[in-house]
Structure formats: C-alpha cells, structure tokens
Design a protein around this ligand. Structure first.
Ligand code: KIV
Length: 284
C-alpha cells in the first residue's frame, strides 16, 4: 500500500470546507494502529477508555498519565501519519491550568501526539486556553463525559431537555473561544449536534452517538469490532465481529491441541539424521 501523507490541521479543515466527513476511531495498541493507518483513518484518539477496553476497569477513573503515555507511544509507532490525539486522564488537568499544560506537554514530548483532548465545558475553558496558548492543539469533549459519569447519573443521553441543551451550546461556545480546534459531542440528540455544528466557526464537530450532522464521526474501536465483552452501546455499529472470530479461533486451538491434531510437521523444525545420531552417541 502506498504511504499516505501526514494528516495535518489544515488538511482536516480542508475536509470540513469540502464537506467531506472526518473519520476517527479510538486505538490503544501497535497492531491496531497499523491497521487503522492502512485504512486511512484521519484522526486516532488514544482514549482513557483504554481503562475499560484494555485494562478491564469498571470506569476510566483509575487511568494514569503513565498508562496513557505507554499506549499512545505504541499507537504512534503503528500509525505515523494519522492526527494522533492523547486523551487527558482523570485529574491530569482538573486541578489547575499549570497541571493541564504540563500533562498536555507530556503527550506531545513523550508520545509524539498531534493534539490532546479534555472533557468539560465552560468550567474547563481556562485549561483549554492555557494549553492552546502553549502551542498545543486541543479538542473539547461535551455531552456524556465519562470522567463525570457519577455526577451525570450514569452513561445516558445528555441535553435532551431544552435547558440542558442550551448549557451544552454555551459550553461549546466557551471551548471554541478558548481555542479548541474541535469538539467531540458524545451522546447528545442529533438536533442539538446539528445546532452546534451549524454555529461552529473556528472549530469542527465530531459526533459519537450524536447523529449525522457533524463534521465527522468517532466510534470506540472495541465497540465497532465486537471486542468489548461487557456490553455493546446502542450508538455503536459492529462493522466486523472480530471478537467472535477470535473466540472461534481460540476454541479451535483448544480442540486441536487436546486432540493432538496441532501442531503438524509444517509447524515444527526437524534435525538432520546424522546430527541426531551423533547427539545420541554423545548422550551415551
Ligand atoms: O476515552 C475515550 O475513548 C473517549 C471517548 C468516549 C470519546 O473519551
């Protein structure tokens, strides 16, 4: 496959201008990053969802900067040309603007990221502005923000009522004014997503379970490929059931080893007769 050009902020905004949807997926490891690179995914998010999808936690809250940096480095090695976004984990930016800038800087310096993402609206706009002023592109995240799942009352639709929807519109405006290059809208009604997309002037909007009227789409990789055994959210379509393929393969492996039909001669290595004879002599 011919190597593709590096995705850049200008090339992403060109897609927006040309009305071509931006493709985005989460990714957490080298081989998956390699496949996504080959598929030409525009933006890769190393989400703190890795706490659930890769590490088996019940939420994203236990994820550390060290977890994030290690996985992001692996993804960068597999996908040199996508626009790579490091997701700021819980308490890596909430305490202060300075904490936020330091940890955003780690993603750029240690994992060769192109940008970072953080959750929250108006109340996080000063963190967003500080990071952007430091020369680091930053993406916002509104609607269902998993780091605040307890305060939000669970993994549920956000902005269904008019008052809450207006607050999300105001939050989007604050993030745009703070310099966000993009905003992710997770699980808000499609009409709210459309209103925010139409109002966006200097940033673009990515939808996760928020309908078609955004500038691009994001899915959690494990949801889209049947790799998360605990549940499948409604917003995710399973594009290929890799989880089932792997499960079937594992059962076949167990069966063949148990029945001694694996391995076969093509799966092992022989030794020349004369070397074997000499070995037996040496052993007495
Ligand atoms: O961590 C993550 O993957 C995310 C998505 C839910 C957008 O933030």
């Amino acid at each position: 496959m011919p190597e593709r050009k590096k995705v850049t902020l200008p090339s992403l905004f060109r897609k927006v201008t040309d009305n071509v949807p931006i493709t985005m997926l989460t990714c957490y490891d080298f081989p998956t990053a390699y496949f996504q690179e080959q598929a030409g995914i525009d933006m890769i998010l190393v989400g703190d969802s890795l706490g659930m999808t890769m590490l088996g936690y019940e939420s994203t809250l236990p994820v550390t900067m060290e977890d994030m940096i290690r996985h992001t480095q692996a993804v960068r090695r597999g996908s040199p040309n996508s626009w790579l976004i490091g997701d700021m984990p819980y308490m890596s930016y909430q305490p202060s603007v300075e904490t936020a800038i330091r940890n955003a800087g780690r993603f750029m310096a240690e994992a060769s990221c192109d940008a970072i993402k953080l959750e929250g609206g108006t109340e996080m706009a000063d963190r967003m502005a500080g990071i952007v002023r430091s020369g680091i592109p930053a993406m916002g995240h509104l609607g269902l923000t998993p780091q605040s799942v307890s305060a939000l009352g669970g993994f549920r639709l956000q902005g269904k009522g008019a008052q809450q929807a207006r607050k999300i519109i105001e939050d989007a405006k604050s993030l745009e004014e703070a310099g966000a290059f993009a905003i992710l809208l997770e699980m808000v009604p499609d009409r709210l997503c459309q209103l925010i997309t139409e109002r966006a002037k200097t940033c673009f909007i990515i939808s996760l379970g928020s309908g078609l009227h955004a500038h691009g789409q994001l899915l959690i990789y494990h949801d889209a490929f049947g790799l998360y055994p605990r549940f499948k959210p409604r917003m995710a379509k399973v594009f290929a059931n890799a989880g089932q393929v792997i499960q079937d393969g594992l059962m076949e492996y167990v069966k063949e080893v148990t029945e001694r039909t694996f391995p076969q001669p093509e799966n092992w290595f022989g030794m020349p007769d004369e070397e074997y004879e000499e070995l037996l002599t040496l052993l007495g």
